[in-house]
Design a protein around this ligand. Sequence first.
Ligand SMILES: C[S@@+](CC[C@H](N)C(=O)[O-])C[C@H]1O[C@@H](n2cnc3c(N)ncnc32)[C@H](O)[C@@H]1O
Length: 918
Amino acid sequence: MSEEKHTNSIEPVGTMPIPTIIPESTTIEKVITEIKSEVVDKTNVAESTTVEKAITEIKSEVVDKVNVDAAESTTVEKTMKEVKSEVVDKMNVDFADVKDEAPVSSANVESVEILSGHEAEAVFAVETVKSEIGVGIKPSDATEDSFKNDADVSESASMVVEAAPISDTSVIAPVTVKFETTVQNIALESVSENNPAEIGSIVAAEVASDSIPMKIAAEIKTEAISTDTPMETVSEIKAEAISTDTPMDVDSAASISSIKVKPAQNSECLAAKTTSATSETPTALASDGATEVVAPNCLTENDADDSLNVPTKDTDGTTQTPGKEKPVQETLKRGDEGFTSEIYRIKVDSLPKFTSVAAFKKKLGQLGLKPIKVSVQGTKQYPYSFVTFENEDNKQKALKVLNDTTWKNNNIYAIHAAPKKGTQLVGEKRPGDRSTENDQRAKRPKSTLPLHEQINDKVAAYWRYPYDQQLLKKDGIVKSVMNDWKRDLRKAGVDWVNASPLCPVESIIPSKVIKGYRNKCEFSLGQSAEGEVHVGFLLGRSADGTNVVRPTECPLVSEGMKAVCLHFEKFITEMSKLPIYNTQERTGHWRLLLVRETHAGEIMIVAQMHPQKLSTTEITEQGKLLGVHFSENFPEGNVKSISLQCYEGISHGFGSDIQLVHGPPVLEETLMGLKFDISPTSFFQVNYGGAENLYSLIRQWAGETKKLGAGAKSAKERDGKAKLYDMGVHHDGNAQTDIKAEKDGSKDASKDSVLRSVNVLDVCCGTGTIGMLMAPVANKVFGVDIVESAIEDAKKNALKNEMKNIEFVCGKAEDTLGKLVNTALLENMGLMGILDPPRAGLHKDVVKVIRATPQIDRLVYVACDARQSLPTLTSLCRPTSNNYIGLPFRPMRVAAADLFPNTPNFEFIVLLERESTN
Ligand SMILES: C[S@@+](CC[C@H](N)C(=O)[O-])C[C@H]1O[C@@H](n2cnc3c(N)ncnc32)[C@H](O)[C@@H]1O
């Protein structure tokens, strides 16, 4: 979670502008037309003739953006993890209560029901239920299918999944998991209650204040289209959902919104729990007699977390709950001495395997630290902890002491952690009070950190870790993803997973550059506490009014870009004299600054403005001023390309109307000996050296001699078996490949390439980078991507590099791949695929085509989100069925490449080979 809990610029409910109901806009047709035109405007895809297509495009663009603009939206991965922690945190409390009062058993629990706004978290919750209270469950078939449907956003919403007990274990209760999208429900309610405007604004505020994930926003949007929600509401939702300034904090919507434990008749344990509820305790008896524990941050605003336990003070200053032998989590109760609302919280990582709360508490005591709350989370293999202290001094002391501590050969890591969301400050209103804007604000614990640290925590979640530790953490994520994949494969009926490790997993390839590596950033415009114009990253409304923080100390931004930001501030205040855009009132002009920088240091800027009522002449004049300001009066400057963009959309986005005011419309980048023209909106990997490493690895794996490595249990064994063609990847992060030299014949890679007689499919090719890197060593390359401008760029870049054996097609891979495969097969060559889809993975129809084409015997899958790639990867590997005809694939190698230092993100690469019948 970011430091400030509500980092959006939209007001909470109380002051939200109430959308007016325009009668005509309530018709489905009008809504569809409006959303379509806005989407078309946004995505600049002229032939977006269907809403479905438009929505897919906007979704993919968002996903893309999340990938590309990690500087502003690194939070996806981060927040998913944090949500998990929150859930664990929450559940530890709840289940500690249940578990420690009396063991849960079939005698006292009839059912457990989990309501979640997010599928992944619900799945996680099920796992937690299993491990925390020992309720064994085996998802029904329906559950499995639904869970695998991750790639298809619209189908996975609001489904109810029943899970049956595992018959052969000590199973006790059936578990029901409901994916309840609270905001979506409100949207639906709004329609049924005939009060769309008011409720619409609540939805929008909900979206804004809790930053629901894109997935849910997309669902709401779909819902909105089909249920006549006024266009304005839809736009609001969409604006926030697609805003890169909106941190993808999935916290509220994604976390468990309630957990119902339904006691069986005469259940002493739960009856005791119910009756022991104090007046402050938000535990309520649900209408069906179930004890309902309402999670923090859900719409009722109850704060279950701090009031569930009734702890007493221990001698060491920590808390102890009577009767708890092995407390999972302990907390002070509001009103108790020492209650601090969990503001002074740290996260402790790299704990020894199997660390328990008791053991860790003891260790903290030995180190002379005095926590008031300790929880241990994560897996048994990779436990981590949140520890809360009474004040800043104690917290700082703990950070210092723990970071100097080695425990059981583990170098412990302690970092500042965000105050727990939903915790209340002493003296605040009680839970259950009606929310007002002030309440909402009061609930945000004030961060005591300097602003630059707050913004770094938001955009570069790993910045506090030394780089070697960042890499270790990412390796840990890969391992845990591999475990999850194994579990998914087993569930899918794959029989070989039990016999062997899935495949060798290589350690992550580090980035060559750790700081200032991003070659593209979008900066927001806002103000400092003193009311000065600031260009930087959106922090959200802080207590002192600051909403944008300069990137001066940001580890992702280069010095060149920092200088551009400062110079743009000067432009606005001294040259342009037009005010910045106000997202609330939709007044003012300057709204965004996009900066790109090549490896050689050439810079492109696009300044975005809302034209409001300015005349064409006035806009042209602003463009001229901008051009002069950066081309002539920028002392640090190598600003080659300067553009102005007028954009009237509500959303934070990028329209098509880019007016060049100085220099060329594109920057030229040279990567691995090839030249690429990059326009403002082109996809290009944000980390130059990281991209070299990634692409070199892809080439190497694509060129591996087929089959020779199958069955190897380690990379070493495999390399011994396989004739690896060294195309330049180096695990020290120094790729050396020079495609131009290969093409010219001064390097012999192309001559000897095992791909010489192979056609390569570059699925989701973007601007064709990977395909062009493969072309010199392959027979022919076929690229496909959904974005027309990307395909145009790809074609131009192929011409620029005089590549004749490469073709690009624009379209959805799921619609066009079959045809492309047929064309590729005409040449009677071998066929392989490189799949580099957006975050959500590939459409199942793409998998079906690949599975059904026996000539495709090798795949390199590249994922920017390892965990989200699992459904697609599993579909590629699951046994043959009516749905997936053709032999399955098997993973041969897995690696990660770090393209995003100081953030939790990385690229995940899997080499798959087709199983054979012999
Ligand atoms: C992670 S980018 C990969 C870009 C490219 N491979 C590269 O390395 O530069 C994902 C790409 O998938 C494309 N995409 C998203 N959905 C698609 C679909 N249904 N069919 C084809 N391409 C799609 C996006 O336009 C984007 O270019």
